[in-house]
Design a protein around this ligand. Structure first.
Ligand SMILES: [Zn+2]
Length: 482
């Protein structure tokens, strides 16, 4: 498989390129969807092709094709080179400064014990439909839905420096949800089987059915929930809820290409300017956020990135202080780093690699602390579980997040569900209000498989994680009035 990729790099080098790399991808995807007592759809696709990136006189060119032959490789390199020559007419000041990386040769395979594509459609349908039937046993539930999503990406990468890398990553995700109707309202409650790089062994029927029963009961309970109070309250978030807040307010905010203005026209920039590196108080002492592209079963754990740099582990925030960004080889020099953080990924063979959020984890507290103790120290507050609507501004600074289920906390105990609760804050205000996070035994990972970035849009996947965490005096507002 490497032969034609190396040919692409050789042609580019002979034509005077400073650097070239080539990737061949074989992408298999399957999504199985259910509604009430039956399957509502099944998409199955396989998509193969290659892309060639060339750096010529400090400017990039990229081209791709689904036809993997020697003749096509030659044409694609020629096209990439024409694009690079055209780009070189309007060069960026100083051109692309490419961080060095020793060429590596290795193969990475994610942990997959039961190949999801070898499991019958009947078995997958059975899992989803039986979960729906459990949810529908609850009279308040008028609709039950779910899906299973499986993805396998085989990737071969070569570059003009001599790297030859291969990865084979299987990942999956499943969500079931119940919609309850009554009391002049409708409410939904979902359960996500944690998205991760595992095979069908991640799906346990007994757990699906138990979660289906809980989800249905909580959807019904949400119908009679009180409207959330407004004002300042202490909040406790579960790991899934906080995963999205980590993603939006830290993950995207600390992508170095965004900081340098590369994403401005699409989804904005970042308040985390370069002068903040090593000194800015992002959060309280309780906040350490670790990037870890070596995390077992992490969705961004792929062995190496699309610049040919192996997965790494580094602190983005340590004891509350901002340390450094996620980066690719093109961006490391902007913060005087000699090596890329290995976080540059493309979502397809026809896409160019861009800086993507790594697996990003809020590290658990060092003291023994469980969620009950965390809640026990709240006189009047709210407990947020799961993900719901959110919004964040173009500087990743002012935001609001909801939860899929929210409970009131009264005198240290959960006291009934609330509707329409949102927490609203500024990124540093919020993370500085964090006064405790539970210990490692309560830490959970949550994968995100639909992170959009770039123009044209690319969809990436990564894992976040946290233990239940408490924040003091956070503004609560309502997403609706009745
Ligand atoms: Zn995202």
């Amino acid at each position: 498989m490497f032969e034609l990729l190396k040919l692409a790099c050789d042609i580019a080098t002979r034509t005077g390129c400073q650097f070239a790399d080539a990737r061949y991808l074989d992408i298999r995807k399957q999504r199985v969807m259910s509604r009430d007592h039956a399957l509502s759809g099944c998409n199955d696709s396989e998509d193969c092709g290659f892309g060639v990136r060339v750096l010529y006189q400090g400017s990039w060119g990229f081209a791709s094709s689904p036809n993997y032959s020697a003749a096509e490789v030659e044409q694609v390199v020629t096209l990439a080179l024409q694009i690079a020559r055209a780009s070189a007419r309007a060069p960026r000041a100083g051109g692309v400064q490419w961080a060095p990386e020793p060429p590596q040769k290795f193969s990475y395979r994610s942990d997959c014990r039961v190949d999801p594509f070898a499991v019958s459609l009947e078995e997958k349908a059975g899992l989803l439909v039986s979960a729906n039937e459990v949810m529908l046993k609850n009279d308040a539930v008028k609709r039950a839905q779910g899906y299973l999503l499986f993805k396998r990406v085989q990737r071969w990468y070569a570059n003009s420096e001599g790297a030859e890398l291969h990865s084979d990553v299987t990942s999956s995700e499943s969500v079931i949800w119940a919609i309850a109707v009554g009391q002049g309202d409708f409410q939904d409650r979902n359960w996500k089987a944690p998205s991760c790089s595992r095979g069908f062994e991640a799906y346990d029927r007994t757990e699906f059915l138990a979660q289906a029963e809980r989800v249905a009961a909580e959807a019904e309970e949400k119908l009679s929930a009180r409207l959330a109070p407004e004002g300042e309250f202490d909040i406790v978030t579960d790991s899934e809820n906080l995963s999205l807040t980590i993603h939006e307010s830290v993950g995207h905010a600390t992508e170095l290409d965004r900081v340098m203005g590369y994403e401005v026209s699409m989804a904005g920039s970042s308040f985390v300017t370069r002068d903040k590196r090593g000194r800015f108080r992002y959060g309280s002492d309780a906040v350490t956020l670790m990037a870890d592209n070596t995390l077992e079963h992490g969705l961004a754990t792929q062995g190496f990135d699309d610049d040919g740099v192996p997965g790494q582990r580094w602190e983005i925030v340590k004891d509350g202080i901002f340390q450094t960004y996620s980066s690719g080889r093109e961006f490391a020099h902007y913060v005087d780093e000699e090596r890329s953080r290995g976080s540059c990924r493309a979502d397809h063979w026809s896409s160019i690699p861009i800086v993507r959020i790594p697996n990003l984890l809020l590290m658990p507290g060092k003291q023994e602390l469980g969620p009950e103790e965390l809640i026990a120290d709240v006189r009047h507050g709210l407990y947020f579980e799961g993900m719901d609507s959110f919004s964040i501004d173009q500087w990743r600074l002012n935001f609001q997040f909801g939860g899929n289920a929210v409970w009131e906390i009264r005198n240290g105990k959960k006291a009934g569900m609330l509707k329409a609760a949102l927490y609203q804050s500024r990124t540093p205000t919020f993370w500085n209000a964090c006064d405790a996070t539970c210990d490692a035994s309560h830490w959970r990972a949550h994968g995100i498989m639909n992170c959009g970035k770039g123009d044209p849009m690319q969809i990436a996947q990564m894992t976040h994680g946290a233990a239940p965490t408490r924040f003091r005096n956070i503004r609560i507002c309502r997403g609706r009035d009745a």
